[in-house]
Design a protein around this ligand. Structure first.
Ligand SMILES: C[S@@+](CC[C@H](N)C(=O)[O-])C[C@H]1O[C@@H](n2cnc3c(N)ncnc32)[C@H](O)[C@@H]1O
Length: 269
């Protein structure tokens, strides 16, 4: 397996990551629905990146107290700026690796994480930490990407770059979909001490007016920056053309509609 491929440098792409957030909104909605945060709840949003879903939750549930954590200082800076601009005072953001949470035991009533767990350096340690900081009976809702075949846009990138860059520069699709393997997410959470849990596969769509809109968003997000930097500039257009060919199958009368699948684990400690 190609575990040498690296994830994006979250610190340097932090300012640009937000162009992708609207596509991930349906996943945030499902997580918040599953978590059912109540007034007075103390909530942890793990690997909250530039602040979601924590920011949405803070606006909707002003009586909850929310903490977002992320290992990348650049992402946390963007999240804090957004909270200040929106005048939200019921949340804070802290730079903190998920593997070493700087909180006492059992301090959170609820915890969530959107597309973070599979990226952690040590998901096992992180899930044990999550279990430790949740109070007994506390609820969690975690979303991870499903199988490589259902991570459609990353599959396109993986195929387009496979023969163009060396292994270490290829998109890290194995890592990103590592918890989509049958039984993997369940085993990870049980190992962490969670026994009351349910894992359900959900489908949602990325939606763009056209392939051009999709491509512009990809470029603006810098999510493939490492891959492009590792390749002769003259080949950029050929990558775009190849991905445009993959995208053709997803062109509809409503624009480009690209299905993706994720696993949502929810339950109680
Ligand atoms: C795909 S982004 C998701 C961000 C946000 N939850 C969202 O859905 O918009 C993944 C995030 O995981 C963070 N991350 C990666 N490894 C981490 C670790 N070991 N501990 C904490 N955060 C980590 C990255 O910095 C990045 O912000």
């Amino acid at each position: 397996m190609n575990h040498r491929a690296r994830q994006p440098d979250w610190d340097t792409i932090a300012e640009k990551f937000d162009v992708f957030l609207p596509q991930l909104a349906p996943v945030g909605e499902e997580l918040l629905r599953a978590l059912a945060v109540a007034p007075g709840d103390r909530v942890l949003d793990l690997a909250s990146g530039t602040g979601e879903p924590a920011l949405t939750l803070a606006r909707r549930q002003p009586q909850a107290r929310i903490t977002g954590t992320d290992a990348a200082g650049g992402m946390v800076r963007v999240a804090r700026k957004k909270a200040a601009e929106r005048g939200l005072e019921n949340l804070d953001f802290r730079v903190m690796p998920a593997e070493r949470l700087d909180f006492a035991d059992a301090v959170f009533d609820k915890a969530l994480c959107r597309f973070g767990v599979m990226l952690f350096e040590d998901p096992r340690a992180a899930c044990r930490e999550l279990h430790r900081v949740l109070r007994p009976g506390g609820a969690f809702a975690l979303a991870v990407w499903s199988t490589p075949e259902t991570m459609t846009t990353m599959q396109w990138a993986a195929r387009a770059f496979r023969d163009r860059v060396s292994e270490e520069h290829r998109p890290p699709i194995e890592k990103v979909t590592s918890l989509g393997r049958p039984g993997a997410f369940d085993a990870l959470l049980r190992d962490a001490g969670f026994s009351r849990l349910d894992i359900v596969a959900h489908r949602f769509d990325y939606r763009f007016e056209s392939f051009e809109h999709y491509w512009n968003t990809m470029e603006a997000s810098d999510i493939l920056r490492q891959q492009f930097d590792a390749m002769p500039a003259a080949e950029r257009d050929s990558v775009r053309d190849e991905i445009a060919r993959f995208a053709r199958d997803f062109q509809t009368e409503h624009g480009l509609v690209i299905p993706h699948e994720y696993l949502l684990a929810s339950g109680r400690k």
